[in-house]
Design a protein. Structure first.
Length: 202
């Protein structure tokens, strides 16, 4: 049994203390589908579903003594990461494309540093629905493919602290070198226009 109601309808018939929530995958499915409104509802509910209480190390004894709710916590962490960033091909056999905040509620401020496919350590932050920067550390020197977090606004590529080149379009393709650190920022001349776009319209 699981909850299939929309976030607006709620899940009044399933208490948050119910074991039903422990292995519920609604948060993961919502993140994969880019459903920020459902993440806003399901993720907090999933995190609160600890029927046996929470220990100081954030584990639980939900399954009895000498057991921990690691699987439950792993599912929450997985959904959280998918809502913040995804790195998947656009089709079978394709190259992975990094997508920032694909299912993140615009009302939630956040900052993260997470590893993506092909050795890219990505850092970014969002406040008030606006993404301020993207930092990429390239471990292997692969070509980075990034869905433009500012719509089609031109983006400045900063390498070694110096402005390098401008890239634009919905898909940004950026060559990198091994161990290179790259900072991406929207073109200040176009940033005001991009701020008017919805976070999930790009």
């Amino acid at each position: 049994m699981s909850c299939h109601a929309s976030p607006k309808e709620g899940c009044q018939w399933i208490p948050t203390s119910s074991p039903v929530w422990l292995l519920n995958e609604n948060s993961i499915a919502a993140a994969h589908l880019g459903k920020a409104d459902q993440i806003k509802f399901f993720l907090p509910m999933h995190a609160k579903s600890f029927p046996a209480g929470i220990l100081t190390n954030r584990m639980t004894l939900a399954e009895g003594p000498q057991t921990q709710g690691v699987e439950h916590l792993g599912m929450i962490s997985f959904a959280l990461q998918l809502a913040l960033i995804q790195s998947v091909p656009s089709g079978p056999g394709g190259k992975p494309v990094i997508h920032l905040f694909p299912a993140w509620p615009a009302e939630w401020n956040a900052q993260f540093r997470l590893l993506c496919r092909e050795g890219f350590m990505v850092s970014s932050a969002i406040e008030g629905g606006t993404i301020s920067f993207v930092a990429i550390e390239s471990a292997f020197g692969a070509e980075c493919r990034l869905r433009n977090p500012w719509g089609e606004c031109p983006v400045m590529v900063i390498r070694s602290g110096k402005k390098s080149e401008m890239v634009s379009g919905k898909l940004l393709v950026i060559p990198t070198e091994q161990s290179e650190y790259i900072l991406l920022q929207p073109d200040s001349r176009m940033e005001k226009t991009s701020r008017g776009q919805s976070l999930h319209s790009v």
